[in-house]
Design a protein around this ligand. Structure first.
Ligand code: NI
Ligand code: MN
Length: 222
């Protein structure tokens, strides 16, 4: 059993039997985040999808406190190392193994102040999770779905800097995960969205996919 907890915005905690992985740990400055940096214990790896403040967030402090590596695109990993954190560098479709967790970064159509923007595939305890990062819609999402066959996808629906609910539902129809969780909405006024609208679009465009709408702090078990 893998427990996936939404901590607001694009920040998720994935707990397996022996590993706990954070993705995009945006704690300070995130009005939707229900935890403090000091609450984040037992972390074994931290994935950062790209270098924007709402994704790189507090990764260095959390990495140091937990003695956990930051997994990121090469230039971001090098930057995190310069800030004193352990890091593991990779690039699109490469592979990093930390403990029993395998991480592949995949493309995302977005921008990044350092390096290139990515999505992340996390393989843990027999489950595969695809966190799409901040991304616009792109057709290679079909390839990501075909190769990795994710059990769970997290997809941004904020609409200002990435996809709106309708485009995000098209992305879901390309990837075909078993379950999808919408993210990156309602953190700030410019990205106010109704996740129920996303759910309606998914029911129309990808009826086999189950939509799970979480509140920050809530979990799903897969
Ligand atoms: Ni961004
Ligand atoms: Mn963002």
């Amino acid at each position: 059993m893998v427990k996936v907890t939404w901590l607001g915005h694009a920040f998720f905690r994935i707990d397996g039997e022996k590993a706990s992985v954070l993705i995009d740990p945006f704690v300070n400055g995130n009005p939707m985040c229900p935890v403090k940096v000091d609450d984040l214990k037992g972390v074994t790896a931290i994935i950062v999808t790209h270098y924007h403040g709402d994704h790189y967030g507090d990764c260095v402090e959390i990495a140091k406190k937990n003695d956990a590596p930051i997994i990121a695109i090469h230039e971001i990993a090098v930057h995190a190392s310069k800030e004193g954190a352990k890091s593991e560098s990779t690039n699109y479709y490469g592979k990093v193994e930390v403990g029993n967790v395998i991480v592949h970064l995949v493309p995302a159509w977005h921008s990044s102040e350092i390096g290139s923007p990515a999505g992340a595939i996390v393989k843990i305890d027999g489950k595969t999770i695809y966190h799409a990062g901040d991304t616009g819609l792109f057709y290679d999402m079909k390839l990501i779905g075909e190769i990795f066959k994710p059990d769970l996808m997290m997809v941004p629906i904020g609409g200002r800097w990435n996809m709106n609910p309708e485009l995000a539902a098209i992305a879901v129809s390309y990837v075909k995960p078993k379950i999808v969780i919408p993210m990156h909405y309602n953190t700030f006024p410019p990205i106010e969205q109704d996740p129920e609208e996303f759910k309606r679009h998914v029911e129309e465009k990808a009826p086999d996919v189950k939509v799970v709408i979480l509140k920050p702090g809530e979990s799903v078990e897969i």
